[in-house]
Design a protein around this ligand. Structure first.
Ligand code: GLT
Ligand code: MN
Ligand code: MN
Length: 400
């Protein structure tokens, strides 16, 4: 056991497999390389990652094809790596709920993968993805993520967004048919990001992705994988993107991390920034009883050695559970309940025959048009949100 129990207490906030916390191999395996600096940590084998995360209380790991099997591995190397990895999985009971393809690291994808202007590159991207789907399914994955890191442009002179979107649609249609043809139990989750590494990436937000999904041949097989950092980079409220996906039944996966608004993709420890945003996100997922994996797509500060990596991983999961506890405190707080009860009553008492679930009919439209509203009175009354927000803040700050 390389991890000490005093550093990672097994108290009520400690992660447990039932919490369904999962980690990309590329996250804790991140060596700290960045555009300005070399790696600061040694690469770790997938088998080691599985064992360490299992000790911390995680449920499983997720992977890109190349996280597990190097791009240029021989058949022999592939077999050995797979054997070791599967050994670690069966020894620990860890699962692989999600898999994805690396369509961004190799030079061949410098101009895009599915959206490249080179038909040969597009064909290669489909081949690589089919092989990687086979691998994911072999390991038990039921969700397949698509993050199109290179699917974009620096100059709009090279292709139109319509061409990019059409090609991306062709690839999704091809691959959903591949999955159906092979009778795989696999759903796709599309992950948006506005920019980085490309100057601009097609379908830049979760909202764009949702609209795109309904143009596909098999929309029922395709949902979204929103990432905290990717919605916060353009200054959006992450829980609104997640809420829209939940409401549409399209939240198939999630990438949890932390981010300061308006910066490069920081992929920080979950809830290390914007704790209030993280609280409302956890509240949204828990209140909806969302049954998906709580997946972390983040990495430790470059300052850290291996010990710092496990501190980071344990803390990410622990913070989720602490926030879950705060959500319970929010719901149990008598003063918060009172404000919410009054709001509920105000929102559900019908006025002029119009209440929740209103539907058009001609008689109702006629009465409504004739109704004498006192807009002055309606507009004069406040909503008590200053107090509601302060009570929420006090729950979060630990004084309630
Ligand atoms: C990469 C990217 C992430 C994606 C991963 C899946 S790879 O780390 O920054 O946001 O989710 O392809
Ligand atoms: Mn991500
Ligand atoms: Mn990111």
């Amino acid at each position: 056991m390389s991890q000490s129990n005093t550093r990672y207490p097994k108290d009520r906030f400690a992660p447990r497999p039932e919490d369904h916390f999962t980690w990309g191999l590329w996250t804790v395996g991140n060596t700290g390389r960045d555009p300005f600096g070399l790696a600061v940590r040694e690469p770790m084998s997938a088998a080691k990652i599985v064992r360490e995360l299992s000790q911390l209380g995680a449920y499983g790991v997720n992977l890109h094809d190349e996280d597990l099997i190097p791009f240029d591995a021989t058949a022999g190397e592939r077999d050995r790596i797979l054997r070791e990895f599967k050994g670690a999985l069966s020894e620990t009971g860890m699962k692989v709920p999600m898999a994805t393809t690396n369509l961004f690291s190799q030079p061949v994808f410098r101009e895009g993968a599915f959206t490249s202007n080179d038909a040969g590159v597009r064909a290669f991207a489909l081949q690589k993805t089919m092989r990687s789907i086979d691998l994911g399914v072999e390991l038990g994955a039921t969700t397949y993520v698509f993050w199109g890191g290179r699917e974009g442009v620096e100059t709009n002179a090279c292709k139109t967004p319509q061409d990019g979107i059409k090609r991306f649609r062709e690839a999704m249609n091809f691959l959903t048919s591949y999955v159906r043809d092979n009778k795989y139990n696999l759903k796709f989750a599309l992950e948006a990001k506005p920019n980085e590494p490309r100057g601009d990436i097609f379908l830049p937000t979760t909202g764009h992705m949702l609209a795109f999904i309904y143009t596909l041949e098999h929309p029922e097989m395709v949902g979204v994988n929103p990432e905290v950092a990717h919605e916060q980079m353009p200054g959006l409220d992450f829980s609104h993107a997640v809420g829209q996906a939940l409401e549409a039944g399209k939240l198939f996966h999630i990438d949890l991390n932390g981010q300061k608004p308006g910066r490069y993709d920081q992929d920080l420890r979950f809830a290390s920034e914007d704790q209030k945003g993280a609280f409302f996100l956890v509240k949204l997922l828990e209140d909806a009883r969302w049954d998906g994996m709580r997946h972390f797509d983040s990495h430790a500060y470059r300052t850290e050695d291996e010990r710092g990596v496990w501190d980071f991983a344990y803390a990410s999961m622990r913070s989720y559970n602490i926030l879950k506890d705060k959500v319970a405190k929010f719901h149990a707080d008598p003063e918060i309940r009172e404000i919410l009860r009054a709001l509920e009553q105000r929102g559900t008492t019908p006025v002029a025959g119009v209440g929740p679930g209103v539907k058009y009919d001609r008689a109702l439209a006629t009465t409504l048009k004739a109704h004498a509203f006192d807009a002055g009175k309606l507009g004069a009354r406040g909503y008590d949100y200053e107090r509601l927000d302060q009570l929420t803040t006090e729950v979060l700050l630990g004084v309630r």
